[in-house]
Ligand binder design. Structure first.
Ligand code: GDP
Ligand code: CA
Length: 323
């Protein structure tokens, strides 16, 4: 029997953990394709850095620092300290020595003319993530955050807002710089059209999944695919499990709740993307036109994460029979 092809839209840490659970429940014939947010990408010291792609690649390749949730295990910071000795800005970005090798290889390949999707595939030959990793787009799309400062209204790169300011400057708006000219990366539309199941990882609905869905053609591809679309709520008990999604949802007028997230994605048959929405046990959610189910959604350990992924696949099957 041929396997099942599952396509997941995902951001960094939440996406990476969920993908490890999905990989654990997948059979040998099954295929997983992950379409990753690249709106957080930035260029520092001439190097192209893709935080979400790297988090997923290192996590699935067992090179992640599990404590921090990002960057390489056993990292050292010699280059960062040397840059600081030159007062080389920005000092707020954690650029580790081991991690630098990834950015060097990526930048060199991009400069040689390879698309980010091809570069990612090349990096994955080392990490063997067991999942096909695709950037959402081969074009540059960068999330900027519009904030009010004493000096007036400014737009910051997402990383500067998130890492340097710890999302403490209230966001007015998120802008995807470059999105109008972007297309889904090589392989993305084909994967979505050929998927048996489509999942939205419990990633940030605004600056991870929202950014991916903003790439022209992506939302339509999801809606046109014959596969059921199931999302998992990153909001548990009215708050993000980790991270600062509660700083993002209010900026787009969405309540920080499982129901708010589900309604924001919306029912597929009403112009949204969802057939099914998984929320955490005890979180009620009324999302018109969407099959909602409550199961434990805390990725506390490998078994709990795998159970979550299995529940998403079961809900997808239930949704298929609705159609
Ligand atoms: P980022 O790019 O590193 O910020 O990561 P993502 O966008 O992929 O994921 C961030 C989201 O993951 C946050 O909004 C968290 O609420 C969510 N998250 C993290 N751990 C868990 C968990 O155990 N369960 C659920 N349901 N969500 C989680
Ligand atoms: Ca991210």
């Amino acid at each position: 029997m041929p396997g099942v092809h599952v396509v997941v839209l995902a951001g960094g840490v939440g996406g990476a953990r969920f993908l490890s659970g999905l990989r654990a429940v997948a059979g040998p014939q099954d295929q997983i394709t992950a379409v990753i947010n690249t709106g957080d990408d930035l260029t520092l010291h001439g190097l192209r850095i893709c935080p979400d792609l790297d988090t997923v690649m290192y996590t699935l390749g067992e090179g992640i620092d599990t404590e921090r949730g990002w960057g390489r295990a056993g990292e050292t910071w010699t280059v960062k300290a040397e840059l600081a000795a030159y007062d080389a800005e920005p000092g707020w970005f954690g650029l580790g020595d081991r991690d630098l090798a990834t950015h060097l290889v990526r930048t060199r390949m991009l400069d040689a003319g390879f698309a980010l999707s091809a570069v990612t595939a090349a990096l994955c030959r080392r990490w063997q993530p067991g999942v096909d990793l695709l950037p959402m787009s081969d074009q540059r799309v960068e999330t900027h955050v519009v904030v009010d400062t004493p000096e007036g209204t400014r737009a910051l790169h997402f990383q500067e807002w998130w890492v340097r300011h710890r999302a403490e400057l209230p966001a007015r708006e998120f802008v995807q710089v470059g999105v109008a000219d972007a297309r889904p990366a090589a392989g993305v539309l084909e994967a979505i059209a050929g998927a048996d199941v489509l999942l939205l990882a419990p990633s940030n609905p605004v600056v991870s999944i929202g950014t991916i869905l903003g790439v022209p053609g992506l939302r339509a591809a999801l809606r046109d695919s014959p596969a059921p679309v199931v999302g998992l709520s990153p909001i548990v008990g009215g708050a993000p499990v980790r991270g600062m999604a509660d700083k993002c949802l209010p900026a787009i007028g969405v309540p920080t709740s499982a129901e708010g997230g589900g309604r924001h994605y919306g029912a597929r048959r009403e112009g949204g993307v969802l057939n099914g929405w998984l929320v955490h046990t005890g979180d009620g959610a009324d999302v018109p036109g969407v099959r909602v189910q409550a199961v434990p959604l805390l990725m506390a350990d490998a078994a709990a994460t795998a159970a979550m992924a299995a529940a998403a696949l079961v809900l997808a099957e239930d949704c298929r029979s609705d159609a």
